[in-house]
Write a new protein. Structure first.
Length: 232
């Protein structure tokens, strides 16, 4: 924790030094302050949701946007654009593109956390399920289970369900599949990837830059750019 505190203080120092020396430093600093606050707010809401056993879809989406979409893509894009003196229209398009790409990344990460191969992802494939971490994937599954009257799925996905039996994770995976949650999240990732490319195109960036962004979206979302573009 001390190392983290020191790293944050150094990051603030570096950003402040850069902002003071830049012609658009105040805009740069505003983006930084917003990003820092959103990240902490997202982490707090994540911890609160875990402690309270929340399964709300709106809360899951808000956490994903604050912790990942804005922090990892949207705000960094806006930081660079602010430093370069981009106009308000370009900044707005970049924030929207980054939000879509970042959320697609988080949704993909949620799927990998539930169904991925640890040998390929480098992360456990059942940690989120065992802890019943509130993710958009879990929230969608709970909503669909309740809507269709799938009591077995609702029970096994509930935050207070007994996680001790060894087959619980397998039952949760089956419920995510059977309710259609996995398919719905996959479709949402495709939509977000396409929207991210569309918003980025509105910046008027050169073709080479657009191709580079499309490649980054593909890596983050697992959706090939040409496939996403076909759905726009």
């Amino acid at each position: 924790m001390l190392a983290g505190d020191l790293a944050l203080a150094w990051a603030d120092d570096l950003l402040t030094e850069t902002a003071l020396a830049a012609p658009h430093g105040s805009r740069l600093h505003d983006e930084w302050r917003a990003m820092r606050t959103e990240m902490v707010a997202g982490q707090y809401r994540d911890l609160r949701a875990q402690a309270s056993g929340s399964t709300g879809a709106d809360e899951a989406l808000t956490i994903a946007v604050l912790k990942s979409a804005r922090y990892t893509v949207a705000r960094p894009l806006a930081l660079g654009a602010s430093l370069a003196g981009a106009d308000a229209r370009t900044l707005g398009a970049l924030r929207a593109a980054g939000r879509c790409a970042g959320l697609a990344f988080q949704l993909r990460d949620d799927l990998l956390g539930a169904f991925g191969d640890p040998a390929l992802t480098g992360k456990p494939a059942d940690e989120d399920l065992r802890s019943r971490k509130l993710t958009p994937l879990l929230a969608v599954a709970v909503r669909l289970a309740e809507a269709t009257g799938d009591q077995d799925a609702a029970t096994v996905l509930a935050p207070d369900a007994d996680a001790r039996p060894g087959h619980t994770v397998e039952r949760m995976r089956a419920a995510l599949e059977r309710t259609g949650a996995r398919a719905e999240v996959e479709a949402r990732i495709t939509d977000l990837a396409a929207a991210g490319l569309r918003y980025f195109g509105a910046t008027g960036a050169a073709p080479g830059v657009r191709r580079e962004f499309a490649a980054l979206v593909e890596r983050a979302s697992g959706i090939a750019p040409h496939h996403a573009e076909e759905l726009v």
